[in-house]
Design a protein around this ligand. Structure first.
Ligand code: BJW
Ligand code: ZN
Length: 250
């Protein structure tokens, strides 16, 4: 079902929800002018992921990977949160427990005002030494060395503190996300192709927990047929109008 109409039984499940989880992906930032990864116009129509978003790519050509992330950092730093980001800040106040789990590395949820965002794939705003783990501000690192990754005192190179293919997600962040997905009663998946694991596995955890699972995406995903409701619209349109706990429901 691809509609913005929300059937009454789903509205009721939203009104009575006590633990809500939102799981977001690159589509949420599309209306802020940032590219998604997959699909028409996506970043990976122009670039192959294995040439840029893997530790092997960084080892083979650190300059190329650094320049791509410097460009991504500049684009993200120049972007503004959109109505979907702001609507999700309000979601925090609508449920007794609320968790925002994002795959995005652009920092726009936090800039909109969301608190305690679980960033599954790290952040573009921080650089980390690949050898000793020392961290520094990504903007400062790019300003100091725009063309190639700056060297750390230990002799290692700084890289963006994002999670590349083949790398483990931060175990604490992942386990908290899995815990919340497995005990929520409302799960909103928004702006993600739901193809990258273990992140996409959160949807299955919520489904297994019996949560009401809603997808917001203009395009179908591998999970669409198993959703309680699919809102086939851009995040900036659908999220602000998504069902909310009404005052009357307390
Ligand atoms: C709109 C919209 C609008 C457009 N409004 N919507 C199990 C099964 C199969 C494979 C694996 C598995 N477990 C692990 C793997 C391997 C791999 C993986 O998942 N591969 C699959 C792709 C097949 N996973 C990993 O490697 C992960 N690590 C791991 O598992 O460690 C253990 C391990 C160790 C050693 C060996 C193997 C495993 C790490 C994954 C890290 C992902 N990193 C990236 C890059 C981050 C840095 C960067 O930003 O450059 O994260 S990849 C990229 O994809 C990025 C995203 O966070 C992630 C998800 O993408 P997302 O957000 O869904 O974006 P898109 O573009 O895919 O979709 C956008 C959607 O928006 C579309 O559907 C549009 O329709 C929609 N949209 N406009 C709403 N206005
Ligand atoms: Zn170091």
């Amino acid at each position: 079902m691809e509609t913005l109409e929300i059937p009454e039984p789903i509205r009721e499940r939203c009104r009575s929800a006590r633990r809500a989880v939102v799981f977001s992906g690159a589509g949420v930032s599309r209306e802020s002018g940032l590219d998604t990864f997959r699909g028409a116009g996506g970043l990976w129509e122009r670039m192959r992921p294995e040439e840029l978003a893997t530790p092997e790519a960084f080892r083979a050509d650190p300059g190329k990977v650094w320049r791509w992330y410097a460009w991504r950092w500049k684009t993200a730093a120049g972007a503004q949160p959109n109505p979907a980001h702001y609507a999700l800040v309000r979601w925090e106040t609508l449920f007794p427990a609320f968790h925002l789990i994002t795959q995005n590395v652009d920092g726009l949820h936090a800039r909109a005002g969301s608190r305690g965002v679980l960033e599954l794939h790290g952040t573009l705003l921080t650089a980390r030494c690949h050898r000793c783990g020392r961290q520094r501000d990504m903007g400062e690192a790019i300003a100091a060395s725009p063309e190639k990754p700056p060297a750390c005192d230990c002799g290692g190179l700084f890289r963006p503190a994002v999670v590349w293919f083949g790398e483990n997600l931060d175990p604490e962040v992942l386990s908290q996300a899995q815990e919340e997905a497995a005990r929520c009663d409302l799960f909103l998946s928004v702006g993600t192709s739901s193809t990258v694991y273990p992140a996409a596995g959160l949807i299955e955890l919520a489904q297994r927990a019996g949560a009401c699972v809603i997808e917001v995406n203009p395009e179908p995903t591998p999970f669409s047929r198993r959703m309680d409701l699919c809102l086939g619209a851009p995040a900036g349109v659908a999220v602000p109008f998504s069902p909310r706990r009404s005052r009357a429901a307390g």
